[in-house]
Design a protein around this ligand. Structure first.
Ligand code: MF3
Ligand code: CO
Ligand code: CO
Length: 307
């Protein structure tokens, strides 16, 4: 039976005849099979996973060549991080860290992503003690017992890798050991969760459950993020949440996990420089970050270091 769909159109010439083909009718292609067993599926637009994640979530799933580009950038990042590690000692300033990171990045024909990023004035973030993140390198002298987070993001051949570590300056204090240990273990436990079929909420839960169980608090105002073709891409990766909730992880997703863990309150304020995030009680905060790619079977760190 033909069905005529042209309501309201009185110009016979422009009327369009649309034929509704029943699922059980003979397929119009002439195969002799039922339509539902033949061309029906081909006529439905089947979205690839890549198209679906782009449309639904604005997430760019990466091709193997792109992951290789990010991996190479990660190798450079870790090389710079090692150079930083060997220079950290009482008496240096955070500016000294900036100088090393900037020069090593340029030497490798890469670009330091933080420099001029939304007006950030330096090439690396250095966050000391009560500073949670986005500390601006300057004249602050590192003292024995301090902790300092160094967050490095080079751009190599257009690809971004993003990672950070918190270092002890000289001899660690009891509080320093505690908060750095909990932050390190939080990232480790979060990475163990990452595989296809898991959800973003599983990552947040793993961090929150562990860190709060240790009597520490989890910062909520800053999150992990998609990364690779740009500095900050979708999705946002919360460091707290509920198991089984949130977007499903699929191969080709590349994102950071970067929990900021506080010894006291999770509440923070931003200094007048518009960047430096500081704990409201001035208690210690520590962080570790890696860039991860979801694989067919689990995940690969593109900035791998021992946790
Ligand atoms: N590297 C930080 C992150 O992990 C972002 C720093 S933005 C900057 O996302 F402008 F402060 F560099
Ligand atoms: Co990051
Ligand atoms: Co970072």
């Amino acid at each position: 039976m033909d069905r005529y769909l042209g309501k309201g159109d009185h110009n016979m010439k422009n009327r369009i005849k649309k034929v509704k083909i029943g699922r059980n009718s003979p397929c119009p292609c002439g195969s002799g099979k039922k339509y539902k067993n033949c061309c029906l599926n081909a006529s439905k637009k089947v979205l690839t996973l890549k198209q679906e994640y782009k449309r639904k979530y604005d997430i760019r799933l990466k091709e193997p060549e792109e992951i290789e580009g990010i991996r190479k950038c990660g190798v450079l990042l870790l090389d710079i991080m090692d150079k930083v590690s060997s220079m950290i000692k009482p008496g240096i300033t955070t500016n000294d860290i900036n100088t090393i990171v900037h020069e090593e990045t340029i030497k490798a024909k890469a670009v330091p992503a933080p420099l001029n990023y939304h007006g950030f004035p330096k090439s690396v973030c250095t966050s000391v003690n009560e500073v949670i993140c986005h500390g601006i390198p300057g004249n602050r002298v590192l003292n024995d017992g301090d902790i300092v987070n160094v967050d490095i993001t080079p751009i190599l051949n257009g690809f971004y890798a993003d990672a950070n570590k918190t270092f002890f300056v000289g001899n660690p204090t009891k509080d320093g050991k505690k908060i750095v240990g909990v932050a390190r273990e939080s990232l480790k436990r979060a990475i163990e969760v990452v595989r296809p079929g898991a959800r973003l909420g599983d990552i947040g839960w793993a961090i929150q459950h562990y860190a709060e169980g240790q009597g520490c608090s989890v910062v909520r105002e800053f999150v992990g993020h998609g990364v690779g073709l740009d500095f900050h891409e979708q999705p946002q990766v919360l460091h707290f949440g509920k198991r089984g909730k949130g977007i499903e992880l699929v191969p080709g997703m590349v994102f950071t996990i970067e929990p900021m863990i506080n010894l006291g309150t999770r509440k923070l304020h931003i200094l007048d420089d518009k960047w430096t995030a500081v704990t409201n009680d001035n208690a210690l905060s520590a962080q570790f970050e890696q860039t991860l790619a979801v694989t067919e079977t689990g995940c690969e760190s593109l900035t791998p270091f021992e946790l």
